[in-house]
Design a protein around this ligand. Structure first.
Ligand SMILES: *Cc1c(COP(=O)(O)O)cnc(C)c1O
Length: 396
């Protein structure tokens, strides 16, 4: 049956009415501990006063101007991102998919302008997710994303996840870059090992390729550094960001080095809404919190705590938890022989919101303001659920 809303989602029949910090409240007043955070978007939790004030203040002043005028709040946010990352320059978008589009165009234009017109292909990894545009699904190459949407834009070579030999073998005269998520999100919370990250950088240097990291889910503080790739002490040429960068306001960004961005001159790219004053006010407010000296070390501390508690949970429930995955506050537990969707629904009914990810993983992306008491609360809910399952059977 057709519904007024295009039925592309199998929605859980819960509607939230209100959010406060780490918690969501549904229409019946039931309270949920939010370890989903709208797919990791709500990095400062719900209705953080700094963000509410920034949004309301700006709403009274100026919402939108065309990008044909200067937008000082955007210049400020770009400068702050540049000052705190590998990048020299930033393009703002409204979503992750648009940030990916900008990155792909940037790679192609880079080589074109350097006189290497044919170097337009990107190597990507299996079980990746790069958004739902035609280029994004072509880059991910997964059957469930691309089926029925031919013809797709060409120029993507998908190799098995983490397989550096396969990356090497895929490099040809038309290869222009490599694009990976340092930690796969949708694919099942899978970090790319540090040695593979370094090998990717080396391969790019040896072959004149641009290294693109999709940090839309794993970036913006989630691992305890502003960007997840910082744990591997290599620098990329281009990084895509979204989700946490807006703390709930639709915002994305494509960050790049001066060299990688050299082809993106006047008229080569644009966006009507991207970087508008309302979004930039909120983006700066997110940075106001994230750049406080104690913020990221605290995320690291809470991330270690969460990973440790999940490892202990696995000790108690090895029959249900096959593996604990992730880094920092991007965590997953792999549940063998348990339908992850039914399991996640069961946790939801018990008042905890995790998310489903690929590869039979229950995913946790709590707001970065999470405290030890919230992690304890989540573990109690898991404990009770697993004990119940053992007695009464697993949810199906
Ligand atoms: C969410 C996500 C995207 C797409 O972002 P949208 O804002 O939904 O377009 C791309 N890449 C990764 C790694 C993501 O997690």
């Amino acid at each position: 049956m057709i519904t007024p809303l295009l039925p592309t989602y199998a929605r859980v029949p819960i509607a939230f009415e209100r959010g406060e910090g780490m918690y969501l409240f549904d229409e019946n007043g039931k309270k949920y501990l939010d370890f989903y955070a709208g797919i990791g978007v709500m990095c400062l939790g719900h209705c953080h006063p700094t963000l509410v004030n920034a949004l309301c203040d700006q709403a009274h002043k100026l919402w939108h101007t065309a990008n044909t005028y200067r937008i000082p709040l955007g210049e400020k946010l770009a400068q702050r991102l540049v000052d705190n990352s590998f990048a020299d320059t930033v393009f703002f978008t409204n979503s992750g998919a648009e940030a990916i589009e900008c990155a792909i165009k940037m790679v192609r234009k880079y080589h074109y302008d350097k006189g290497n017109k044919g170097k337009h292909r990107l190597i990507t990894m299996s079980s990746a997710f790069h958004g739902r545009t035609l280029a994004g699904i072509a880059a991910a190459g997964q059957e469930k994303l691309v089926k029925g949407f031919d013809p797709l834009p060409g120029g993507f070579d998908v190799v098995p996840f983490g397989d550096i030999e396969a990356v090497k073998a895929a490099i040809g005269p038309e290869t222009g870059g490599i694009m990976v998520e340092p930690i796969q999100g949708e694919g099942g919370i899978r970090p790319v090992p540090v040695d593979v990250m370094r090998a990717l950088r080396d391969l790019c240097d040896e072959n004149g390729l641009l290294l693109v990291f999709d940090e839309i889910q794993c970036g913006m503080g989630r691992t305890g550094k502003l960007f997840a790739h910082e744990w591997s002490d290599i620098t990329p040429d281009i990084v895509t960001s979204a989700k946490g960068i807006g703390g709930g306001f639709p915002l994305g960004a494509c960050l790049a080095t001066e060299d990688a961005a050299s082809g993106m001159t006047v008229g080569t790219h644009g966006s009507t809404y991207g970087g508008n004053p309302l979004g930039m006010a909120v983006g700066n407010a997110v940075m106001d919190e994230m750049l406080k000296p104690e913020f990221l070390p605290r995320v690291k501390q809470m991330g270690d705590l969460l990973q440790g508690r999940l490892a202990a949970l696995q000790q108690r429930h090895g029959d249900f938890i096959q593996e604990v995955r992730g880094m920092g506050l991007m965590a997953g537990i792999r549940l063998p022989d348990v339908p992850t969707k039914a399991a996640t629904l069961d946790f939801t009914e018990r008042g905890l919101l995790p998310a489903v990810a690929g590869d039979m993983v229950v995913r946790m992306l709590p707001p970065l303001i999470v405290e030890e008491s919230h992690i304890d609360e989540a573990m109690e809910i898991y404990d009770a659920a697993f004990e119940d399952w053992r007695k009464n059977g697993i949810p199906s």
